[in-house]
Design a protein around this ligand. Structure first.
Ligand code: ADP
Ligand code: ASP
Ligand code: MG
Length: 411
């Protein structure tokens, strides 16, 4: 089999852990499998590099940030290759660019556009274990780009797709995908299986266990993903297409995103084309707008509220000040102290009343709902960010997720 494995920051957090990853990889290789191994930067290296940049400047160039952050993964690939070599196996480490990973020319959140597998194929055919730096690639003008925080998962899945691998395993510091972040909800249960769509919603809505684009790529190319723990032999959670809807839970998971800020524009004239102008100006600056609520018209004007990531808040405020002048609105507010809590489940489509249950549970917990958004398989509410953990625990209890047993899942 051709296996792509990815080891996250904690799994390669120190040299002993790197040696233990090397043993796992070499054991699989000795069983006769061809191995491609993607690694993240060690422990908190990426955060530490960001702090170093902030000590130099409050406004570093995006190109130089990518140059800096990509070094974290380069340390891990070299050390892991040395550890594998020490165990007597033939190995080569490759940076993202050396592995042929090409991306868009957008720094800090580039998408992979293509992978030239020539060098990878040659190394694999030569019997080498190939260790690839996650989270990075090369754009058209030959600059190093990074894929966004958590992007090593996406490197692994994209490589699995390009190499037509038989299996893609994401090794991390928890046993698999849980009904909620086990660090926030102590009662959370590990799922045996979850569908691509549910996992995509959970990841997009804040469950850091997988990078959303990794799930998207796995779904598009039909790559079954297994999320496992690098410290034990638990089989983990399989992410795949649904096979038995009847067994699905109404709600599979609860998640929360604190990287959210809310903005509101008041007194926006109620005319065709105004919403287009507002959101086009934000889109032109690459600001990703999430939830949008327009209040019903009174006296020929509307209020429009929406959410952006905390990182985009400053840029959004500057843009809103422009927007107000252009569209003739009366004012604006912004609130960075919000969080989005969400419940996700494919079974929601066929089970009415989930939204009411969610709102009722939050009301019982005296948690005020600021904004609401729904899709086929998720309901999200904007609440105060200091109530996020409480809300997650309340919702986890309400939907009885601590009673999930492994046979409940869509195996
Ligand atoms: P890695 O460095 O291995 O990529 P991450 O920190 O990116 O690890 O992701 C693993 C973390 O994701 C876990 O430690 C856990 O706290 C968090 N997490 C959030 N939501 C979930 C969930 N639903 N299931 C499992 N882990 C989750
Ligand atoms: N090292 C990068 C980060 O911390 C990428 C990753 O770990 O997936 O976000
Ligand atoms: Mg991660």
């Amino acid at each position: 089999m051709l296996i792509v494995q990815k080891y996250g920051g904690t799994s390669v957090g120190d040299t002993n852990r790197i040696k233990s990853v090397a043993r796992r990889v070499v054991n699989k290789h000795r069983e006769g499998h061809r191995m491609v191994v993607v690694v993240s930067a060690m422990g908190h290296t990426t955060d530490d590099l960001i702090k170093l940049a902030r000590d130099i400047t409050g406004n570093p160039s995006a190109r130089e940030m990518d140059m800096l952050l990509s070094t974290g993964e380069q340390v891990s690939i070299a050390l892991l290759a040395m550890a594998i070599n020490n165990l007597g196996a033939d190995v080569i480490s490759l940076t993202g660019p050396q592995a042929g990973i090409k991306t868009e020319s957008i720094h800090s959140r580039a998408r992979i556009t293509d992978i030239d597998c020539t060098r990878l194929h040659a190394a694999i055919e030569a019997g080498q274990i190939v260790v690839v730096a996650g989270f990075q690639g090369l754009c058209d003008n030959k600059d190093i780009t990074t894929l966004g925080r958590g992007g090593s998962d996406t490197t692994a899945v994209a490589l699995a797709a390009a190499l037509k691998a038989d299996l893609c395993e994401i090794y991390t510091d928890v046993d698999g995908v849980y009904t909620a972040d086990p660090r926030v909800v102590p009662d959370a249960r590990q799922l045996e299986a979850i569908t691509y769509d549910e996992m995509l919603e959970l990841a997009t809505l804040g469950a850091a266990v997988l990078h959303p684009r990794a799930v998207e790529c796995a779904k598009i190319y039909g790559i079954p993903l297994r999320v496992r723990c690098s410290f034990n032999d638990n089989p983990g959670t399989i992410v795949k297409e649904e096979s038995d809807m009847e067994k699905n839970l109404v709600v599979t998971g609860v998640t929360c995103n604190k990287n959210v800020a809310k903005l509101g524009i008041f007194g926006v004239p109620d005319q065709p084309g105004i919403a287009y102008m507002v959101f086009k100006m934000l889109a032109d600056l690459n600001i990703n707008v999430d939830m949008i609520v327009q209040s019903s018209m009174r006296d020929g004007v509307n209020d429009i509220s929406f959410t952006v990531t905390q990182d985009d808040l400053r840029k959004s405020i500057e843009t809103i000040e422009e927007i107000i002048k252009v569209v003739g609105a009366t004012g604006y507010t912004h609130n960075p102290h919000v969080a989005m809590v969400s419940v996700v489940g494919a079974g929601m489509t066929s089970n009415p009343g989930v939204a009411a249950m969610m709102f009722g549970a939050l009301a019982d917990g005296e948690i005020n709902i600021d904004m609401i958004s729904t899709s086929d398989i998720k309901i999200s509410c904007i609440i105060n960010n200091n109530e996020a953990e409480k809300a997650m625990n309340i919702l986890h209890r309400k939907f009885e997720l601590s009673k999930v047993s492994r046979s409940n899942c869509c195996a």
